[in-house]
Design a protein around this ligand. Structure first.
Ligand code: NAP
Length: 381
């Protein structure tokens, strides 16, 4: 550290590249941190210079927001932090309008979040997950109204189809409404699908991407190492708690492809004197369009480890090695946008001949990306 600040998407909001994830604040779900540990992580994050905090009304059934509200009030840091929370998940079984992305639920959900967070405004308010029914116009109008009412400063989307994110932003631009600034999506060495649609979409339409589960829910943390303990690793923490729950299955990630990624990560991290979690977080933070990586930790030791992820830069060669071992398989129609096809379209001119910033479906090197877009310049900071 100390933290530098980057603008989020095409906005004037300055955020730290490492955000404080608080899905583990509270022990309601059986795999989080108690109040004392959560408070220690919160204090440590602010001491290190971080300002970007992520929660949701869903997390630990409201406990995460309640704890955060208490910590922020007691520390008197409301204006210093960029506070993010989310709506979508249902709060009252049997009442469909107490969940989803309709106007009625959004206006209900924000009041609960404001109350638990002990504040009168949210800095970044996110739709948590697409509900498959609410029209983009309704979501946009409601978020725009909340901005005008002073209840939120910025808005964004999490876990939506790319076409929906493109539609909502285009509507905002065409109708002079407050544009959205953030897409929060799962992104890590073992989950790179967002690169196909969301990275060029974010660059084109002014969204900054924030990456959740940068450690693949723990798979890349170093606790699952085939070289030491075989493919089952140590089944403690979240993996043990969620086993058989049918919810998030870390076991689904135990594939031959992912073990090859874990093995490369272990090698690269060792060569650079980094922990595996640190190398995985840094890799994600240095990819195009990634505005911030959201840290998740259950213990203070894990949190300290993750907080130092950007302290020692991975070499260009190491980034390339990780990139190659985790590369997405070729898939239609994206294969048509690769270099060989494009050369046939452009009469032999390489795609790289286009100026930086021009729409580039082919991945750009981290070094070529502008920091002013909230993206990452070469070399860790
Ligand atoms: N928008 C969304 O839909 C969405 C979804 C999920 C998360 N999020 C956000 O993203 C944040 C991060 O997500 P995540 O918690 O899934 O991230 P993650 O970094 O992929 O996983 C974190 C988990 O990995 C283990 N871990 C973390 N650091 C470690 C270390 N240094 N050494 C060993 N183990 C380590 C801990 O689990 P153990 O219990 O195994 O120790 C920890 O709870 C959340 O807090 C939340 O704010 C958003």
């Amino acid at each position: 550290m100390p933290f530098d600040y980057f603008t989020l998407g095409r906005s004037g909001l300055r955020i730290s590249r490492l955000a404080l994830g608080t899905m583990t604040f509270g022990d309601n779900w059986g795999w989080g941190a108690d109040e004392r540990t959560s408070r220690a992580m919160f204090d440590r994050y602010l001491d290190a210079g971080g300002n970007f905090i992520d929660t949701a009304d869903l997390y630990t059934e409201g406990q995460s927001e309640t704890l955060l509200g208490k910590f922020i009030a007691e520390s008197g840091v409301r204006d210093r932090v960029v506070l993010t929370t989310k709506f979508s998940y249902n709060a009252e079984t049997g009442n469909p309008n107490a969940g989803g992305n309709g106007r009625k639920n959004i206006l209900r959900a924000i009041e609960g979040s404001l109350r638990r967070l002990r504040t009168d405004y949210i800095d970044l308010y996110l739709l948590h997950t697409w509900d498959r029914i609410t029209p983009a116009e309704e979501v946009l109008r409601t978020l725009d109204d909340l901005t005008r009412a002073g209840k939120i400063r910025y808005a964004g989307l999490s876990d939506v189809p790319a076409w929906y994110a493109a539609r909502i932003q285009t509507l905002a631009q065409a109708h002079h409404m407050q544009p959205l600034v953030n897409l929060q999506l799962q992104y890590s060495l073992v989950e790179r699908n967002v690169e196909r649609e969301f990275v060029p979409l974010a660059q084109e339409l002014g969204y900054g991407i924030t990456a959740w589960s940068p450690l693949g829910m723990g798979l890349l943390s170093g606790k699952y190492r085939p070289s030491e303990s075989g493919h089952d690793g140590h089944g403690d923490g979240r993996m043990q708690a969620l086993k058989g729950s049918g919810l998030v299955s870390l076991l689904d990630k135990f594939t031959p492809r992912n073990w090859r990624i874990v093995a490369a990560l272990e090698r690269v991290a060792r060569e650079h004197g980094l922990g595996m979690a640190q190398a995985a977080i840094q890799w994600a933070a240095r990819q195009p369009a990634i505005g911030a990586v959201i840290l998740g930790a259950r213990t203070m030791e894990q949190f300290e480890d993750n907080l130092a992820a950007l302290d020692k830069p991975l070499s260009a060669e190491a980034l390339r090695e990780l990139d190659e071992v985790s590369a997405l398989p070729q898939q239609f129609p994206y294969s048509f946008f690769e270099q060989a096809q494009q050369e046939r379209i452009h009469g032999g001119a390489a795609v790289g001949d286009k100026p930086d910033g021009y729409f580039a479906p082919v991945r750009v090197a981290a070094a070529a990306v502008s920091a002013t877009q909230g993206l990452v310049a070469a070399g860790a900071r």
